[in-house]
Design a protein around this ligand. Structure first.
Ligand code: 5AD
Ligand code: SF4
Length: 445
């Protein structure tokens, strides 16, 4: 039997699209390889968000293409954001490549594999203004699943390549989303994470697609909270998460759901990017420091145990020491549970790439280290404060480090390591008393 492996870089959107591709290949009669080395077909799902992410994927593809010299029948393909961005150019760089499939036509992956096995290459790209395919197939067996509800992005932050690789924003019809979640629940899935680049825009119509999907008269003013409620009403679903947020979407309705809907996990990923008004304005983020902190204050007041995580970019063009210090103080004021910190990387075609990348790399690295150090201290203190509390944990399975113990996650998305009671299955919920905390892990001994 022909076997395949998919190597995934980038965000959860890519993880989801890799899963949908895997399901399509299984349906086409292929089998998941035990490891990449053994696979007859290897697909690299790529990310373009920073230059380094592309360099890694290109290096990986180069090595894989080289293996074809000794394994002539092997198929090597590429999908995802870098495939969309570089398209035809990838075949010039990597003449042995079998296929490149863009972000908006991922359903072409399985046919491209079949063609490649018969010796025919494929290049498939769909226009950024055309309606995209939504990934819908799932590989059976998990207790937790990603469900994409919003594709593309219309925000056009100055640094971000996403609108150029994932195209115009498009909301999937709610009936499709709900049917997918119902089917997952019927297969035993207990937790769904809804995905979208700017997910709180869900259901706010995109003019580019109105011609073939007209807005309903009298449509809801706040479609995203309504969708969350509809998902929460599906029997069998115990937990709902979503990502990523934007302060503009922190409506009173959403805050109310965080407080009142028990299935909605008490965690919000709310990328801030910078704490300086001057930088936020140049980034075109659409909020100020004060506006961001006001959204956080409303959330904290209504839901004191909400876990907040964020993304930050250091070394954006023109970022001064004072701008950087403003980011530091904002992170302290917001009391983030976790933060992903990135060194600015100019991306071709974005607005900020036309500006001088004037913060030297060593300075970006220094700022990055300082924020990471701050976050370690803050995260450890927030975890320490959970010692002595009881947390409801969704069991995931044996812990990676010590197979005699299991790990699971709290509603706030923190990892808990514990001794499993007899008969525990992945996806079960249990209440655990937290006895000990490490910076990244809680323990229930
Ligand atoms: N350089 C560095 N980081 C970036 N991000 C997006 N674009 C860039 C860029 N050009 C970061 C943002 C975003 C996360 C997914 O990646 O913080 O939230
Ligand atoms: Fe990029 Fe901004 Fe869209 Fe996020 S919201 S994907 S940062 S353009």
């Amino acid at each position: 039997m022909t076997t395949f492996a998919i190597h995934t870089y980038g965000c959860q959107m890519n993880v989801r699209e890799s899963e949908a591709a895997a399901k399509a290949l299984i349906d086409a009669g292929l089998a998941q390889a035990p490891d990449e080395e053994a696979a007859d077909v290897v697909i690299v799902n790529t990310c373009s968000v920073r230059g380094k992410a592309e360099d890694k994927a290109l290096g990986k593809l180069g090595l894989l293409c080289a293996t074809k010299r000794t394994r002539p029948g092997r198929v090597v393909g590429v999908m995802g954001c870098m495939a969309q961005r570089l398209g035809e150019g990838l075949f010039k760089r990597l003449p042995a490549l079998d296929f490149a499939i863009g972000t908006r036509c991922a359903e072409r992956v399985a046919p491209a594999v079949e063609a490649a096995l018969q010796g025919r290459p494929t290049l498939a790209l769909r226009g950024l203004h055309e309606r995209p395919d939504a990934p819908s197939g799932h590989v059976a067996g998990g207790f937790s699943a990603f469900v994409t509800i919003l594709l593309g992005c219309n925000r056009r932050c100055a640094y971000c390549i996403v609108p150029d690789v994932r195209g115009d924003e498009w909301s999937r019809p709610a009936r499709d989303v709900l049917a997918e979640v119902r089917a997952l629940a019927a297969q035993g899935v207990r937790e769904v994470t809804l995905l979208g680049q700017s997910i709180m825009n869900y259901g706010l119509r995109t003019p580019a697609f109105d011609a073939d999907d007209p807005p309903s008269p009298g449509g809801y003013a706040l479609p995203f909270p309504r969708l969350l409620e509809a998902v929460a009403a599906i029997p069998g679903i115990a937990r709902i998460r979503f990502t990523s947020g934007h302060p503009a979407g922190v409506t009173d309705e959403l805050v109310r759901l965080f407080r009142e809907e028990p299935k909605l996990c008490r965690h919000l990923h709310l990328p801030v990017q910078s704490g300086s008004d001057a930088v936020l304005a140049r980034m075109r983020r659409g909020y100020t420091r004060e506006g961001y902190l006001a959204a956080v204050a409303r959330l904290r007041e209504a839901v004191p145990d909400l876990a907040l995580t964020t993304d930050v970019i250091v070394g954006f063009p023109g970022e001064t020491e004072a701008d950087f210090q403003a980011t530091r103080t904002l992170m302290e004021a917001a009391r983030f549970d976790n933060a992903f910190i990135f060194k600015y990387s100019p991306r071709p075609g974005t607005l900020s790439a036309t500006w001088e990348d004037d913060v030297p790399d060593a300075e970006k690295a220094r700022r990055n280290q300082i924020l990471l150090g701050d976050q370690d201290v803050r995260g450890a203190a927030l975890n320490q404060a959970l010692v002595g509390t009881t947390q409801r944990v969704l069991a995931e399975g044996p812990s990676l480090r010590n197979k005699a113990r299991w790990s699971g996650r709290t509603s706030g998305n923190k990892i808990v390591v514990f001794a499993p009671p007899p008969g525990l299955r992945p996806g079960d919920l249990l209440d655990l008393a937290i006895t000990r905390a490490a910076p990244q892990t809680l323990y229930a001994d």
